[in-house]
Ligand binder design. Structure first.
Ligand code: TPP
Length: 681
């Protein structure tokens, strides 16, 4: 039997949460921001909240208010988020009720929680994966055995990404509990419309997943079962799924109200966890007066908290600008870019050597992606030898799961691991973009800086030698509007090494686009992508472009010069094309696209009065086109010709046929033609 004090504590907390839900409903004008409450789910949620330890990690979903109360968070704190107040301890008024993020002594850690159903499964599994790595190498800072709890609604379990998470959890035997609260409803869709099996049955397909069923409306059963699950994950270091049946007694959210479509409620209310626990307490000899006293105390606490929260301050408008990124320590170029006597190396090797030095110097760094492991070392050999040197737990192949590759970095980073991951080709990044947008990019901002996601995502991209429609794309324009991530695009070996280091030491998510055509300088005219290998300390701050070629003073003074603003392969087209116009062409290599060195861009354009922006992407609505617009605006008085943009033809895909490919892409000859016309304008 469970200690009576635990039952009383659970009942007291239920009294509070029940009254909270009532207050929100009674004050709909004040509680105007959308919110969900835990009514009906309290028993299983309190069983979780009351049993987690400080060393544990939690990924709750929007309905888990009673887990948070069970952990010991105050109703007042939750209400500050409900009303988007300045002192909302999770997000400073930025995100919805029941979307916690917590790094507080005495509490389990809770990283950023999005509203996207099921999407926390991958970040949560990434946490367990990171913990498992730290444990295996003796790097874990606590002697305790942390467990990750990922809480999901039953409707969210059919999301494809949940399967990626389950797969990894059983494959790597991770210490994680997936708690599924099954109220059989999505919003208005019922179980029989949404699934052919419940989450317990579904999990049976994942070999190695322990499964348990619990009555989530019965506190005693929930407490025992969740306790067993916790003990299992803590000691066996393996995944377990707890399927808890519940009834949603409140509204789906404040905006989607139960009276519109719930005709089953009178039946469900018989299983109200509050009434069930009350009955149990009476049966166990607690007298009615004591229960009434707890109810009154809960009511008063909820009401006083609400009054205080309503009166609390709103955030300052100026706080909108805080925490776009966590500050990086890399502010200036350091180390030796071209040490005397060093032979030029290929760009692919510069990346490889940079990662090698990172792994050598940082035991918390790991590298994973498709085929980067021992057998191949990357399809471009960009990770060759690393698994041999650092072992399979640090450098490993993943299943073909781009969402996991990208999204797991959120969890890795939350537990103190520093992941470098790889998407095999830019054309396949899309399956991982959901995680990038929903989880990575918003984490620092929506947690007020508590959980920046420190990770490097390497993405080989670009066309050369008939890569065809699914191995050739450049996709930077699709990612640059996503705020909260940084993007680099090196054009040569030295920058590759310096930027890779900088990306790693940056506490934010960084994408490095690596042009496959520059990796080995195999494409004619790309010799300049090789450079002497910088020393181990070489590092380049983000947001600093590089002038790779100056125009002569004479041509500049006589107005016969132009500025090329470009990056990646564009640098090489510009270098080759400019041979036709000696002294006339200054070339700015942007090196990073976010942050962007606008100072260098505008100074260069103003110096020459003419400008061409070169990209490999299709021009229409591209980053290059938008940059050209900004240049036109900022340099308007200095321009002697319209700003030109050169890029690929606006077709949906890069064709496989060699002739069609070259018709589609820019090259040095095409660039030279435009240079000629701009110079002669
Ligand atoms: C990816 C995504 N798709 C759709 C939604 C809209 N939505 C919000 S809640 C919800 C139903 C979720 O049901 P379930 O996971 O069972 O949780 P419950 O609300 O029943 O506790 C939907 C479809 C969303 N938030 N995220």
């Amino acid at each position: 039997m469970i200690d009576k004090n635990i039952l009383l504590k659970a009942f007291a907390t239920m009294c509070i949460s029940k009254r909270m839900a009532e207050i929100y409903d009674e004050n709909r004008q004040i509680c105007k921001y959308v919110h969900s409450t835990s009514r009906g789910h309290e028993a299983i949620q309190l069983a979780v909240g009351m049993q987690l330890k400080e060393c544990d990690y939690l990924s709750p979903y929007y309905r888990d208010e009673s887990i948070l109360l069970g952990l010991g968070l105050e109703p007042y704190e939750l209400m500050l988020q409900l009303l988007t107040k300045k002192d909302d301890p999770f997000s400073g008024g930025r995100t919805y009720y029941g979307h916690p993020s917590l790094k507080r002594k005495g509490f389990p850690k809770i990283p950023h929680q999005s509203s996207a159903t099921g999407m926390q499964a991958i970040p949560a599994t990434g946490m367990a994966h990171g913990i498992s790595y730290l444990e295996s190498t003796g790097l874990l800072e606590t002697l305790e055995k942390p467990v990750v709890v990922c809480s999901l609604g039953d409707g969210s379990v059919t999301e494809g990404e949940v399967s990626e998470a389950f797969q990894m959890a059983v494959l790597k035997k991770l210490p994680i509990i997936y708690l599924v609260q099954d109220n059989q409803w999505g919003i208005s869709a019922f179980a029989d419309e949404m699934r052919a099996m419940d989450a317990y049955e579904f999990a049976g397909g994942f070999k190695g997943m322990k499964r348990m069923r619990a009555d989530g409306t019965d506190f005693i059963d929930s407490y025992k079962k969740f306790g067993e699950a916790l003990e299992f994950a803590r000691t066996k270091r393996k995944p377990v799924l707890v399927h808890a049946m519940v009834h949603l007694l409140g509204h789906h959210t404040s905006g989607v109200r139960k009276e519109w479509y719930r005709h089953d409620l009178s039946e469900d209310e018989k299983d109200d966890p509050f009434l069930r626990l009350r009955r149990v307490l009476i049966e166990n000899g607690v007298n009615e007066d004591d229960l009434l006293k707890l109810e009154l105390e809960g009511k008063n606490k909820a009401e006083e908290s609400f009054k205080k929260a309503v009166a609390a301050e709103d955030p300052e408008p100026g706080s909108l600008y805080f925490h776009e990124f966590a500050p990086t320590l890399v502010k200036e170029e350091k180390g030796v870019r071209a040490p005397a006597g060093r032979e030029p190396i290929m760009m692919v090797d510069a990346g490889l050597h940079a990662v090698n030095e990172i792994l050598r110097d940082n035991p918390e760094a790991i590298l994973y992606g498709q085929d980067v492991g021992k057998r191949l070392g990357g399809v471009f050999r960009e990770a060759a030898t690393l698994a041999q040197k650092y072992g399979d737990s640090r450098v490993f192949n993943t299943p073909i799961q781009e969402a996991y590759i990208v999204g797991s970095t959120v969890g890795m980073s939350a537990v103190g691991v520093r992941p470098i991951v790889e998407i095999q080709f830019a054309d396949y990044a899309w399956a991982g973009i959901n995680q990038l947008v929903v989880e990575l990019s918003k984490s620092c901002y929506l947690t007020m800086g508590k959980y920046p996601v420190g990770c490097v995502i390497r993405i080989p991209c670009g066309s050369y030698g008939s890569g065809g429609p699914y191995h050739s794309d450049c996709i930077e324009s699709s990612l640059l509007p996503i705020r909260g991530i940084k993007i680099a695009f090196p054009s040569n070996a030295a920058d590759m090494k310096g930027l890779m280091k900088s990306a790693f030491y940056d506490p934010n998510p960084v994408i490095i686009f690596e042009h496959k055509g520059l990796y080995w300088s195999k494409v004619p005219g790309t010799e300049a992508a090789k450079s002497p290998e910088p020393d181990d300390n070489y590092i380049i701050p983000f947001g600093k472009g590089r002038i790779v070629q100056n125009a002569s003073k004479e041509k500049t003074d006589s107005g016969e010069s132009l500025s090329v603003i470009t990056y990646g392969m564009g640098v090489h087209w510009a270098l080759n094309a400019s041979k036709n116009f000696p002294g006339c062409v200054e070339i700015v290599d942007l090196r990073t696209l976010n942050p962007l060195d606008e100072v260098m861009i505008y100074e260069s354009v103003k110096r020459h009065g003419k400008c061409i922006v070169i990209t490999e992407e299709k021009v229409m609505n591209s980053f290059a086109e938008s940059l050209a617009g900004r240049i036109s605006k900022n340099c308007f008085r200095y321009l002697d010709a319209p700003v030109e943009v050169i890029g690929s033809v606006n077709m949906p895909a890069v064709p496989l046929n060699t002739g069609l490919e070259s018709e589609m892409l820019p090259n040095a000859e095409k660039v030279a033609k435009i240079m000629e016309s701009v110079l002669g304008y």
